[in-house]
Ligand binder design. Structure first.
Ligand code: NAD
Ligand code: UFG
Length: 339
């Protein structure tokens, strides 16, 4: 298939390009580069053994999308483009609704205009809000507690309504748990701008000497050791789930929602210990108060992903730590001037 990858210059998108090409697909990236890197696409091309075309544009720009679809003539879309910082979404909610929701509507209009009827969408476990039971299955009620999560849930509803009006349309909504890690080549990885929000990039920066210590945000959660527990998934496994979703598209014929995680929880302290085990580096930690909005435990039921996609995560926590560190060592300043 020829796949139109919005946000393909970002963290998950760049890893997915490699797996799509390895599976025999043709790709074209559409990205406005506000949080992505041309260098990430170039390196994904190096790993995949093929130059990857990038069209620079904004998903809210109907004319840019029209021109891109006219040129690329894609069979399917994978829609990564969007904003993803939970805290920031509370500060600039309208921008989040504009890019994540309005941008997706413009994209679906462009797909309709150009006869493209299959889309894989990046959603998030954040749509569940505070878990009522674990593991979280797709039937769990949704109830996002921040604007970012609400944009994701709105797009899920839009995709259901879009698919309901034609048998030809299909959408697969992937609800990611906590993506971490990097490609084993060390060439592509996560390069957050500014201070990272997420745990693993912070651990990597402490290990690399860019930060003095890691704050353990909360010590009294209802978990094995009192620190928060999450379902960390290796970004390459996550990337492969998108390939499996495209394979599934022909049999789908409507809108399907699928969790993408490992099914196992790891606590913050367990991750810090696993990082030491995998790399030999001790992460200095300091106890700090809970972060508002954080929950005790969150991990996925992956039965639907196994059944519908024939997919399961293969890489363990040790590999996630090892590959994160290899990326950090080779690119201490991310894509900015290394290698
Ligand atoms: P990322 O920021 O690295 O990638 C997003 C890409 O979208 C960037 O390259 C950015 O330049 C591009 N983009 C942003 N706004 C755009 C616009 N208006 N027009 C065109 N391109 C635009 O993020 P990521 O971690 O790769 O996440 C990809 C998707 O997965 C996002 O939709 C995110 O919400 C979702 N997701 C991520 C996580 C996570 O922890 N990384 C978890 C759950 C869901
Ligand atoms: N944490 C720390 N110290 C830090 C940062 C985080 O102890 O400096 C803890 C958090 O309290 C939490 C765990 O590490 O217990 C994971 O936090 P992250 O910020 O890495 O991830 P979240 O689970 O909070 O959220 C992430 C993404 C969301 C996405 C969600 C899906 O940021 O966008 O996963 O489950 F929706």
């Amino acid at each position: 298939m020829r796949v139109f990858v919005t946000g393909g210059a970002g963290y998950i998108g760049s890893h997915t390009l490699v797996e799509l090409i390895a599976a025999g697909h043709d790709v074209v990236v559409f990205d406005n580069l506000q949080n992505g890197h041309i260098e990430a696409v170039r390196r994904a091309g190096l790993v995949a053994g093929r130059k990857i075309e990038v069209i620079e544009g904004d998903v809210r720009d109907a004319a840019a999308l029209d021109a891109a679809f006219r040129a690329a003539r894609p069979d399917a879309v994978i829609h990564f483009a969007g904003l993803k910082a939970v805290g920031e979404s509370g500060t600039i909610p309208l921008t989040y609704y504009d890019i994540n929701v309005h941008g997706t509507i413009r994209l679906l209009e462009a797909m309709d205009a150009h006869g493209c009827s299959s889309i894989v969408f990046s959603s998030s476990a954040t749509v569940y809000g505070d878990p009522e039971y674990l593991p979280l299955d797709e039937a769990h009620r949704t109830g996002p507690i921040n604007p970012y999560g609400r944009t994701k849930l709105m797009v899920e509803h839009i995709l259901q309504d879009w698919c309901a009006t034609s048998d030809k349309r299909s959408a697969i909504v992937l609800r990611y748990f906590n993506p971490v890690g990097a490609h084993s080549s060390g060439l592509i990885g996560e390069d957050p701008r500014g201070i990272p929000n997420n745990l693993m990039p912070l651990i990597a920066q402490v290990a690399g000497g860019r930060r003095t210590h890691l704050d353990i945000l909360g010590q009294d959660y209802d978990t094995r050791d009192g620190s928060g527990e999450r379902d960390f998934i290796h970004v390459v496994d996550l990337a492969r789930a998108h390939v499996a979703a495209l394979d599934r598209m022909a049999d789908c014929g409507h809108c399907e929602t699928i969790n993408i995680g490992t099914g196992h929880g790891t606590t913050v302290l367990e991750l810090v210990a696993a990082f030491k085990e995998a790399t030999g580096i001790t992460i200095a930690t300091r106890n700090a108060p809970r972060r508002p909005g954080d929950t005790d435990s969150c991990f996925a039921c992956c039965q639907r992903a196994n059944a519908l996609l024939g997919w399961r995560a293969e890489r363990d926590i040790a590999q996630m730590c090892h590959d994160t560190w290899a990326w950090q060592v080779q690119n201490p300043h991310g894509y900015g001037g290394d290698v």
